[in-house]
Design a protein around this ligand. Sequence first.
Ligand code: KIV
Ligand code: NA
Length: 264
Amino acid sequence: MATMTISALQKMKQQGQKIASLTAYDASFAKLMTTEGVDFMLVGDSLGNVMQGLDSTVPVTMEHMVYHTTLVRRGAPDAFVMADMPFMSYSTPSQTYDNAAQLMQAGANMVKLEGGSWLIDTIKGLTTRGVPVCAHLGLLPQSVNVLGGYKVQGKQQQQADDTLEQALALEQAGAQLLVLECVPAALGKRISEALTIPTIGIGAGPDTDGQILVMHDMLGINSDYLPKFAKNFLAESGSLAGAFSTYVEQVRDGAFPGPEHCYK
Ligand code: KIV
Ligand code: NA
C-alpha cells in the first residue's frame, strides 16, 4: 500500500494543507520527486506531448500508459500514483473495466478520466469494482478537436455554473479527486468550496486544494514555450532536486501559483 492514500489527501483538504503533485513518466524522476516531497504523481497522457513529441494526447494508447505507469511505480514503490485513461479507452463498460484493470495492475492507485456528467455510470462502475477515480473538468485535452484548441474554459457565467454542476454530479457518482484545468481562478475557488473531495488545479488559481504541473513545464525544458500557469522552478532553484522541493514548498505556503499564473 502506498504511504500516501486517498484518505490522507482528503484529510489534507479538511485541514487546509495544500497538495503538491506533478506528472511523472519514468523511474528516475519518480524517485527524485518522491524524495523531494511531492505528494502524488500522475502518469499523464501528456506523455504524448512531452515524451513522444506529439501535438495532442489523442494518439496515446493503453500500451503507452501501461508502460510508463510500470516505470513510475518501479522508481517509486511507495508513492501514490495516478494514471490517465487515454483517449477512447473508456467508451464502453467492458472496455473501461479491462483498461482500468491494466493500469491498476501496472501499479496505479487511481485512474483519471476526462469529462462531465456522461461519466457518471462509468465512475460508479469503476469505484464499485475497486478502482478509485479522479475526474477531470475544465480544459479537456482529449477533446481538443471538439473544443477547437487549447483555451480557457468556464469564462461565461453559464459555462461556469455548468462546470460546477458537473463537478457536484461526479463527486456524487463516487469520484474521489477532481483535476480542474485552465479555468478562471474564481471558478476554481467556487468548485473547491462546493466539493468535499480535494480539487487539484492546473491553471485554476490558488484556491484549489492542490496543484499539479507537467514536469517538463516546471523544469522549463521547452525553451520556446512556457504556459501562463506554469513557472520554471529549475531556473529559480538551480538543480532538479531543488526544483521539485521548491515547487512543493511554494505550493504548501501558497507562494505558487501567483496572480501572474492565473486566469481571470
Ligand atoms: O496528462 C496530464 O499531464 C494531465 C495534467 C495536465 C493534469 O492530465
Ligand atoms: Na492528461
